[in-house]
Ligand binder design. Structure first.
Ligand code: ATP
Length: 337
C-alpha cells in the first residue's frame, strides 16, 4: 500500500483585492499517494496554479487567506510557521514551473544554484554538494555535466534549462513534486523527453507528483488520477482510464472533444467549448459551468450541485450527468493502445 503523502481537504484560497475578496480555490479536496501522479486540469483561470501555490504557501501571506486543510503526511501545513514551511519547501515538497528562467538566477552558474539549494537543505560539505549537483545533472540527461555545471542559464536551451530546474527540484529527493505546466513552453520532442524523465524519476524515487496542466495529452502520458477544475472547484475526479473512457461532466467531455483527432487521413475539426471562464467577480449562483453548458436546466442555473461519488473513485459535480452519459457519447479516447 502506497503512503498517503498529500491530502487537500476542502481547501479554499481567498484573495483580498481592490474590488473585495475573491475565492480562487473553492473547496478543493484530493489525495496524492507516493508513486502516483495526479493531474490537475482545466482551462486558464480555473485555479490550478493557485491550488499548487497554496500547497506550498507561496502566495503573498498579507493578501491571501486559506481555509480547510493541506495535510502533508497527516500534518496540516496551514498550521506550520514560516520557518517550518521553508524547511518543507525543497526538502519534502519541491516545485517546478513553466518558465525555468523565472526561477533560475541569470548571474550564477547552474552548478552554483544547485549546490546552494543542496546546502540550504542538507548537511554536507560544499565538495559533496558539488558532486551531487553533477550527479543530478547527469540523471536528468544533461550531456557532459562536468562541463555544463559551470554554464549560466542563458547558455542553455529551453529544454536543458527545464532539466536543470528538475535537477535542482530533485536534488534533495523530495517526497512530493509539484509540476506547474513544466512542458508548456517546450517543443513537442523536448516535451516528450521531459515527461519521460519525470516518469522515470517518479519510479526511481517513488515520489508523488501533482501535474498541473491544461494539456490532456500530458495527462494521458504521465498521470494515474485526474482532477478536473472549473472556476475554483473540482468538477470531476477519476483515474485516468475512467476519465478518458467515461467522462461524466459536460466540461470534461468538452475538453476531451477538443483534443485533435486523426480519422483515417483526415484531421477532424476541433470542438470548441463556447464562451470563457468567468472572472472571480462574476461567479454564477448555481452550477459554475451552467452559462456555457448545452445541457443546463433551470435547476443548474439556480442550485450548485455537490461533488458526488458516482462509482468507486469517480466523482462528478453535475445535476444531469446520468442523462448526459445516456446520450451514448461516453467513449472518447482509447487509452489501452
Ligand atoms: N493574487 C491574486 N489576486 C487575485 N486574484 C488572483 C490572484 N492570483 C490568481 N488570481 C485569480 O485566480 C484565478 C485562478 O488563477 P490561476 O492562475 O490559478 O488559474 P490557472 O487555472 O492556473 O490558469 P493558467 O493556466 O492561466 O495559469 C484567476 O481568476 C486569477 O485571476
Amino acid at each position: 500500500m502506497q503512503e498517503k503523502l498529500l491530502e487537500l481537504k476542502n481547501l479554499k484560497t481567498h484573495f483580498q483585492t481592490e474590488r473585495g475578496v475573491v475565492t480562487a480555490v473553492n473547496g478543493v479536496s484530493f489525495t496524492v499517494h507516493s508513486g502516483e501522479t495526479v493531474g490537475v486540469v482545466g482551462e486558464s483561470g480555473c485555479g490550478k496554479s493557485v491550488t499548487a501555490e497554496s500547497i506550498l504557501r507561496l502566495l503573498d501571506e498579507k493578501s491571501t487567506r486559506y481555509e480547510g486543510e493541506i495535510l502533508y503526511k497527516g500534518k496540516n501545513l496551514l498550521d506550520f510557521s514560516i520557518s517550518k514551511m521553508q524547511e518543507i519547501r525543497g526538502n519534502d515538497i519541491s516545485m517546478i514551473f513553466q518558465d525555468p528562467m523565472s526561477s533560475l538566477n541569470p548571474v550564477y552558474s547552474v552548478g552554483n544554484q544547485i549546490v546552494e539549494s543542496i546546502l540550504l537543505h542538507q548537511k554536507c560539505s560544499k565538495k559533496e554538494a558539488y558532486s551531487r549537483a553533477i550527479e543530478m545533472l547527469r540523471l536528468t540527461g544533461i550531456p557532459s555535466p562536468e562541463k555544463r555545471v559551470h554554464e549560466y542559464p542563458h547558455e542553455l536551451s529551453g529544454g536543458m534549462r527545464q532539466r536543470v530546474m528538475i535537477a535542482m527540484a530533485l536534488s534533495c529527493q523530495p517526497r512530493l513534486l509539484i509540476a506547474d505546466e513544466p512542458t508548456t513552453a517546450l517543443d513537442v520532442t523536448t516535451q516528450a523527453q521531459i515527461l519521460d524523465l519525470i516518469n522515470e524519476l517518479k519510479l526511481s524515487y517513488n515520489m508523488g507528483t501533482v501535474m498541473i496542466t491544461h494539456d490532456l495529452g500530458v495527462v494521458a502520458e504521465v498521470c494515474t488520477r485526474v482532477v478536473v477544475m472549473y472556476l475554483g472547484q473540482v468538477i470531476e475526479e477519476a483515474n485516468v482510464e475512467m476519465l478518458f473512457k467515461s467522462p461524466c461532466h459536460p466540461y470534461t467531455r468538452g475538453l476531451l472533444k477538443s483534443i485533435p483527432k486523426l480519422t483515417g487521413d483526415r484531421l477532424e475539426k476541433l470542438h470548441v467549448i463556447e464562451g470563457k471562464v468567468p472572472t472571480l467577480h462574476q461567479v454564477p449562483k448555481g452550477c459554475r459551468f451552467a452559462p456555457r453548458c448545452e445541457f443546463a436546466s433551470q435547476k443548474c442555473i439556480e442550485q450548485m450541485p455537490e461533488l458526488i461519488e458516482e462509482e468507486s473513485g469517480h466523482k462528478v459535480r453535475c445535476w444531469h450527468f446520468k442523462e448526459i452519459i445516456g446520450t451514448g457519447e461516453g467513449h472518447y479516447v482509447n487509452t489501452s493502445s
